[in-house]
Design a protein around this ligand. Structure first.
Ligand SMILES: Cc1ncc(COP(=O)(O)O)c(C=O)c1O
Length: 439
């Protein structure tokens, strides 16, 4: 038995190496082949059980194998799997109606794609056709996707390799309070970093922009959480120079940040365009770009468009079921309460372990930045790797991010309960103890 599971694991690892691009990033010194999951738990091919506190990059929003989602998918699969956006479909329009109900303000119409990258591509094209302007302001440390434009919008060098030939995108300073790019301190800084957007527009664009794009919390960048007033100041500047505000909610949507359905709502700003993906369908591939009917109209006038797989009926059925589960069992208010518990536990760990430089985030999206020394804030990527190995051994899966690879990302399925959060905190405590001893 033990030999056959080891063989299976080795076979998967060998095929991964032989047949997949080597640039697929794999967590852990010895990669972890996943076999199956249930709720907040995953099992590897050797039968080891893990608490999954990364949810396939904030995507398994209502847990693995959630029966309501599985059943909705089975039912839709028996009806029709695919027809393309050329024909109206019940699951497609019902999901669009649901999205209009959940999103704030005047965001009423949807264009579904198959990924966050596709959603952002649609958003930028929409802003360009609506405004007649071409240039876009993004933020340093941002991540917006892996198409050429997605990589060009991204503000982390290691993720930009294929985007260097795309023009018209400029990056302003980001609101990274722990490592303030202006070496100032909040709140006495007056959120001075937001003014860099104006300088960037005046000095590096023609003075008229199509859009300003930002994540309410920078995800891949390391859960960098701006002061609440930042997005209002930033989007007002963008508007002044003719740009629409695109909120990239690929990681922050659907209650993830607690108390609100969307991360941008914590700032009291209404975006002109919102993009989402990841947690939208509990793992089924789906992206969405939402805007107002007026803005959407301008794209219709400018060009033809379709998406072969966008709005796939099975993904839409999975998404509708996911939204129903969230409304029933993991409302933004519930996520907010769980987030307070998680954060309190992480803050306690910060008091205990000097290797923790910063804890930040909202709701069930919390980051821990590891440093060699609290006074110099020198990043500690090796210690982060060490923590990964230690927590894996203890049965906990966590995520990583940040320009320096030194930010732990914690984002369990939103259906997680208090007991499971306590278990994860206990493992993190043991993991940090092991890491601090050798660093
Ligand atoms: C904020 C943000 N936008 C866009 C994307 C791209 O989404 P996808 O990987 O589905 O193309 C990601 C992926 O991590 C993301 O975090």
């Amino acid at each position: 038995m033990a030999t056959s599971t080891q063989n299976k694991k080795q076979e998967i690892l060998d095929k991964q190496k032989k047949y997949l691009f080597p640039n697929h990033i794999l967590y852990y010194t010895e990669p972890l082949p996943i076999d199956h999951g249930e709720g907040v738990f995953l099992w590897d091919t050797e039968g080891n059980k893990y608490l999954d506190f990364f949810g396939g990059i904030l995507t398994t929003s209502v847990g693995h194998n959630r029966p309501e989602v599985t059943q909705a998918v089975q039912k839709q699969t028996e009806k029709i799997i695919h027809s393309s956006t050329l024909y109206p479909n019940e699951a497609h329009v019902n999901l669009a109606e649901k999205m209009a109900e959940l999103t704030p303000g005047k965001l009423q119409v949807s264009f579904f794609t198959t990924s966050g990258t596709g959603a952002n591509e649609t958003a930028v094209a929409l802003a360009q056709t609506h405004t007649g302007n071409q240039e876009v302001i993004a933020l340093r440390h941002a991540y917006h996707g892996r198409s050429a434009m997605g990589m060009a919008l991204t503000g982390v060098g290691t993720w930009r390799i294929g985007g260097t030939a795309v023009g018209g995108i400029k990056h302003a300073l980001n609101p990274y309070c722990y490592r303030c790019p202006l070496k100032m301190t909040y709140p006495s800084c007056g959120v001075a970093c937001a003014q860099d957007i104006e300088d960037t527009i005046k000095t590096t664009t023609c003075g008229k922009i199509a859009a300003f794009i930002a994540e309410p919390i920078q995800g891949v960048g390391g859960f960098i959480t701006p002061p609440a007033e930042y997005l209002k100041i930033a989007s007002d500047i963008a508007k002044h120079y003719g740009g629409l505000f695109i909120a990239d909610e690929v990681q922050t949507a659907f209650g993830r940040t607690g108390d609100k359905w969307f991360g941008v709502e914590h700032s009291g700003v209404e975006p002109d365009i919102m993009t989402m993906a990841k947690g939208i369908a509990n793992g089924f591939p789906l992206g969405n770009t939402m805007t107002t009917p007026e803005i959407a109209e301008s794209m219709m006038k400018a060009s033809l468009t379709l998406s072969t797989f966008g709005g796939n009926p099975v993904s839409c059925a999975a998404s509708l079921a996911t939204m129903n589960v969230l409304e029933k069992d993991a409302t933004p208010e519930r996520v907010g309460e769980l987030g307070i518990m998680l954060r309190a536990g992480l803050d306690k760990l910060k008091e205990k372990y000097t290797i923790i430089g910063d804890v930040r985030g909202r709701g069930l999206m919390q980051g821990i930045e590891l440093v060699k020394d609290r006074s110099t804030k020198e990043p500690a990527p090796e210690a982060t790797k060490h923590l990964f190995e230690a927590t894996r051994k203890l049965g906990l899966i966590i995520g990583k991010g940040g320009l320096y690879g030194n930010v732990v990302r914690i984002a369990p399925p939103m259906t997680v309960n208090e007991e499971e959060i306590a278990m994860a905190l206990d493992v993190l405590d043991k993991g940090f103890k092991a890491v601090q001893q050798v660093n």
